[in-house]
Design a protein. Structure first.
Length: 423
């Protein structure tokens, strides 16, 4: 039987989730289709709106800095109100699990790499570690968790000019795991307060080791590994045992903070009545008179049509394979949407590794309603909108704007799709 909804959203990351929530808020029936697990589990869990423009920053007020962006930037296309609407949808989805909604100003969050990152929304567990908190800090790493070098991170954070003393220490985790154990294994041990051979709980053993290392610091930063199901309980328990405020430092993939954000968004989607089809790639589409009639999804090697009045494409950029490139061209693979790029591939990048690379801005070119356009500026399909990394015009890594671009474009795409269904 063909599947029919008012709105079909293709892509299950941050942009796809927020677009689906925006469409559902209008009263439309919504289905979210995702091929693979979302890239949220590879992300830091932070929501960056805008930290830098043309390499200058960090900017304290991301909204004030938007005036400096070029016309083709997604923020310039959708406007400041769309960014605020995207943040509203996000705040309602995650509830009290995130901080930052009380102000327009960026917070400065120390990360595992030793950078101090300007961000607009951050997990509750990260909040005590902000660079604006003038309390000395101890960063703690563990010998078997090699992705977080606490002494090196502390050295870099100290060199950035933070208003407190910070140092790092590498300790031995009191339980022995396989050499290839993932961070989730450490989180599970702390979640369940697993017992050591002498009957001591692992939380107590960790707390005692850290307390012995303390030298008057008021707060202690751990890599983001302090539990999953019972993360807040673990953090509070360690704080009481150590005698200092415990916080988490955002880490690289696989990211527990990203996994937790994915869970929060999926819970919000379920509550909003959004139907989800995960693990099913979109193979093709059917169009008539400039409108998408259906997308064909692979379900156990069968082409199943998903019909809808409106469609939102949120499959990501080059990293998420929502935009693909080879030696000759750059393309959007699902609908064959236009992705402008220089013919000479040597113009796709700069000679400097951290330069302003053209490829970082590759993506579809939307109109004000987030409909991908042709070379003449006309919508390629009347009822197809784009959101997130598949939208071009922003170097989100250089700008620290990935989260905000996803939220703003998704808010417009999802809302407009829902409004069209109601007409």
């Amino acid at each position: 039987m063909p599947i029919r909804e008012d709105v079909v959203v293709i892509g299950g990351g941050l942009a796809g989730s927020i677009a689906a929530l925006a469409a559902a808020e209008s009263g439309a029936s919504v289905r979210l289709v995702s091929h693979k697990k979302s890239t949220l589990r590879q992300a830091s869990g932070l929501i960056d709106v805008l930290g830098y423009v043309d390499g200058e920053g960090p900017h304290a007020d991301p909204f004030a800095a938007m005036a400096e962006l070029p016309d083709e930037h997604p923020y310039s296309v959708v406007g400041e109100d769309a960014v605020r609407e995207g943040l509203r949808l996000f705040d309602e989805a995650v509830g009290d699990a995130y901080r930052g909604g009380h102000t327009d100003a960026n917070a400065l969050v120390p990360t595992h790499a030793g950078t101090v990152k300007p961000t607009a929304r951050y997990p509750e567990s990260v909040a005590p570690g902000l660079a604006s908190v003038e309390e000395d800090a101890l960063l703690v790493g563990f010998e078997t968790l090699t992705d977080f070098e606490a002494p090196l991170a502390a050295e870099h954070i100290d060199a950035s000019g933070v208003p407190f003393d910070v140092r790092g220490a590498t300790l031995r985790f009191p339980m022995e795991f396989r050499a290839d154990a993932k961070v989730t294994r450490y989180a599970q041990a702390l979640d369940e307060d697993e017992r050591l051979n002498d009957g001591t709980g692992v939380r107590r053993a960790v707390a005692e080791a850290v307390a012995d290392e303390l030298d008057g610091e008021a707060r202690v930063g751990f890599p983001a590994m302090l539990g999953d199901d019972n993360a807040e309980e673990v953090r509070q328990d360690l704080s009481e045992r150590i005698g200092a405020t415990v916080f988490e430092v955002p880490t690289g993939p696989p990211s527990l903070l990203g996994l937790s954000l994915e869970d929060l968004l999926f819970d919000a989607l379920n509550e909003a009545g959004v139907r989800m089809s995960v693990g099913n790639p979109v193979l093709d589409y059917e169009a008539e008179n400039g409108r998408i009639e259906a997308v064909y999804v692979d379900q156990k090697h069968k082409r199943v049509p998903y019909h809808a009045e409106e469609f939102v494409l949120a499959t990501g950029g080059l990293v998420g394979k929502g935009v693909r490139s080879n030696r000759e061209r750059v393309e959007e693979p699902v609908f064959g949407l236009r992705v402008p790029h220089p013919e000479d591939r040597y113009e796709w990048s700069e000679s400097e590794a951290f330069g302003d690379h053209a490829f970082a801005r590759f993506g579809v070119v939307p109109d004000g309603e987030m409909r991908p356009t042709t070379e003449t500026g006309e919508p390629q399909f009347e009822n197809l909108r784009a959101a997130g990394g598949v939208v071009g015009g922003a170097n989100v890594a250089r700008e620290n704007s990935a989260g905000g671009v996803s939220l703003a474009t998704a808010a417009v795409a999802g809302t407009r799709a829902g409004e069209e269904v109601r007409r």
